[in-house]
Write a protein that binds this ligand. Structure first.
Ligand SMILES: Nc1nc2c(ncn2[C@@H]2O[C@H](COP(=O)(O)OP(=O)(O)OP(=O)(O)O)[C@@H](O)[C@H]2O)c(=O)[nH]1
Ligand SMILES: [Mg+2]
Length: 655
């Protein structure tokens, strides 16, 4: 039996976990519907999730619709856990995006939709909470059309919105006035459909409309919108039918080389590591050796080896059974003690090289409250990083201080809670610093020629700026055959590693580095010579190009009562936020703008006091902006003297 893997994604509190519970009930997996508020759902199973009533880690459950097994991943909505969503997105065949009919399209929803569109993942929208006071129907459709995608199609109308009796009614596609607007939408992406529509409208049947709609949804060209309620169950059967009909069942060749990605790490009650893998191709079997692949810190592929002891696939809810996992399956894999989230099994092909969302922008020095626990504390943090690599645990070379990168306050509390619950370690957070980045200002060249430097090698590099969000791109402008592949690899890896710390100690992003000159002596020169020479050349190039320091910023939306809007605006201005839009709807105003990531927490803390406790503030990472004034230097570096400006200026004499 093949499986379909779907994810439920949305802004925090939109109702993802409640909807998951409903889907499990409607497909006969559970008899009793659990509730988020009572901490009794299938997918919010971590102690801390139940306590807080929010989802922290993605969870997998499965059910069957008409003979098709569906694995469903319930994801967290809080922006601090966006990395969890990203991991899920890498293994999905389709997504259900939940939007609340009461709150409307929220900031996080927009970011998620943008990413789903970019990844061409087919999407169904579930417009939830039609039973709740203030639920809107037509306005929400307009909102979705304006903020998420103009290519959306309402699959139901609502009667009695905002009451427990609210019903969602699916009208046919091909009848009355609706036929023309549906045809108009579909014809926009299909000349064949346009032609049949224009030549003989009357001959097109409901089946023709549906078949074309299925094609376009599967190609991520149209997004159907279903109205309903995760609490009353209204619209849930219709959504299940849509999952079966509109989302593409996965393909994949079972006889091909194994390729599977690990998107979640968990621990069995006995402490054994459990890796959740989605198989893309080939077969994953118990008691077999497997090769593992991951990206190292500098983007290089790191290979490892392990042996599975057990492979289980989901059958019913959260239960699994031992079997061979094939393409499309999500399996829990035991025995691979070295793997972590983001690794691939079997093949390095398609190994991701960058994230879909911005990485954390705050870095905090941490320690165990009891100094005698510090060594164990570091090991436990590394173990946590296997589940969540973006926390990026680092230990400073010189003062041995440990730091972690975090998205925000809620994640910080969760990390603290996990350390205490799992390992009995009380964790102390010291100063939090912003993680800045450096961008290249102009074009710079560096060249060290063989016989004129202390290594038997020539390296020439050019560095130049590139558009925001493109990371570090590396190009070769020399005859590739002129240098052994191992030397090329050594140069590229060293370029990437060197750029982790620029002239001010921050990571250098958005640039293109081009290899312009090479030479070596055979058989004297080694890859090690290139590894030692490359940083000198690159840092010299960087010095001539110059860099500027940029701070991470968030897009924010804040909703406040009208009479408090002036106070809120002036507080935002003091926090160096830039407000670029202000909409007033009834008694509330909604402000939109950009704010330094470092100010987000202060605003969150101050808002209740400024807005009679009624303000709602949502911020999501959104790139960087140039810092005015004197650029700050990174306080903790990896100890490499090349990363200190003084060294470059005085020792190399090239600053
Ligand atoms: N009235 C009503 N309340 C709902 C509905 N769906 C969810 N809720 C309530 O909304 C709150 C949030 O629901 P969750 O299911 O935890 O939302 P979530 O999207 O999983 O939240 P996170 O995982 O933390 O992002 C809970 O109090 C639910 O009871 C609905 O259809 N109608
Ligand atoms: Mg949830």
């Amino acid at each position: 039996m093949g499986s379909l893997n779907i994810g439920i994604v949305a802004h925090v509190d939109a109702g993802k976990t409640s909807l998951t519970e409903r889907l499990l009930h409607h497909t006969g997996v559970i008899d009793q519907i659990g509730s988020v508020d009572a901490g009794s759902t299938q997918t919010d199973s971590m102690e801390m999730e139940r306590r807080r009533g929010i989802t922290i880690r993605s969870a997998v459950v499965s059910f069957t619709i008409d003979g098709l097994r569906v694995n469903l991943i319930d994801t967290p909505g809080h922006p601090d856990f966006i990395a969890e969503v990203e991991r899920a997105l890498r293994v999905l065949d389709g997504a259900v995006l939940v939007v609340s009919c009461v709150e409307g399209v929220q900031a996080q929803t927009r970011i998620l939709m943008r990413t789903l569109i970019r990844l061409r993942i087919p999407v169904l929208i579930f417009a939830n909470k039609i039973d709740r006071g203030g639920a809107r129907h037509h306005e929400l459709l307009d909102d979705i059309g304006e903020k998420l995608t103009p290519r959306r199609l309402a699959m139901s109308t609502v009667t009695g919105p905002g009451t427990a009796q609210a019903r969602s009614v699916p009208p046919p596609l091909s009848e009355g006035n609706r036929a023309a607007s549906v045809a108009d939408l579909l014809a926009g992406r299909s000349d064949a459909f346009l032609e049949s529509y224009l030549s003989d409208t009357a001959r097109l049947t409901e089946t023709d409309y549906r078949a074309e709609l299925v094609r376009q949804v599967r190609r991520a060209q149209v997004v159907p919108v279903y109205f309903g309620s995760a609490v009353t169950g209204e619209g849930v059967d219709e959504l299940l039918r849509a999952v079966r009909e509109f989302l593409p069942p996965p393909g994949g060749d079972p006889s091909a080389r194994l390729r599977a990605s690990i998107f979640k790490i968990d621990w069995a009650p006995g402490g054994e590591k459990v890796a959740y893998a989605r198989v893309h191709a080939g077969r994953l079997t118990a008691r077999e050796p497997v090769d593992t692949y991951r990206r190292g810190r500098t983007g290089e592929v790191v290979e490892g080896h392990g042996r599975t002891t057990s492979v289980r696939v989901f059958t019913h809810g959260t239960t699994t059974h031992e079997t061979v996992a094939g393409p499309g399956d999500i399996a829990t894999v035991y025995g691979l003690t070295q793997v972590r989230v983001g690794d691939q099994l079997g093949s390095p092909e398609g190994l991701p090289s960058g994230g879909y969302f911005a990485p954390p922008s705050l870095e905090t020095v941490v320690r165990a409250a009891r100094p005698d626990q510090n060594a164990r504390f570091y090991r436990c943090l590394l173990r946590l990083a296997e589940e969540d690599p973006l926390i990026d645990v680092r230990r400073d070379e010189t003062d041995r201080s440990i730091s972690v990168a975090l998205y925000g306050e809620v994640q910080r509390e969760v990390v603290k809670g996990l350390m205490l619950d799992r390992h009995g370690i009380e964790m102390v957070f010291e100063e939090t610093t912003t993680v800045y980045v450096e961008k290249v200002e102009g074009t710079g060249h560096g060249l060290e020629v063989i016989r004129h430097n202390e290594f038997p090698a020539t390296v020439g590099l050019r560095i130049e700026p590139a558009p925001a969000g493109t990371g570090v791109r590396y190009r070769i402008a020399v005859e590739p055959g002129g240098l052994p592949a191992a030397f090329h690899r050594a140069i590229e890896e060293t370029v990437r590693r060197t750029l982790r710390q620029g002239l001010y100690g921050w990571e250098v992003v958005d640039c293109v580095v081009t290899l312009t000159d090479t030479a070596y002596f055979s058989p004297v020169t080694s890859a090690g010579d290139f590894r030692k020479l490359t940083p000198l050349v690159l840092m010299a190039a960087l010095c001539t190009a110059g860099t500027t320091v940029h701070e991470p910023v968030n897009r924010f939306e804040v909703e406040v009562p009208d009479d408090t809007v002036h106070a809120v605006i002036s507080r935002l201005a003091a926090a160096r936020a830039v407000v670029d839009r202000c909409d007033t709807r009834g008694p509330v105003s909604r402000l939109h703008g950009t704010i330094p990531a470092s100010s987000v927490h202060d605003i969150e803390r101050q808002l209740p006091g400024l807005s009679h406790g009624e303000g709602v503030f949502v911020a999501t990472p959104s790139g960087h902006r140039r810092l005015a004034g004197n650029p700050p230097t990174r306080p903790r570096t990896d100890g490499n003297p090349l990363h200190r400006r003084e060294y470059l200026t005085h020792v190399l004499g090239r600053g």
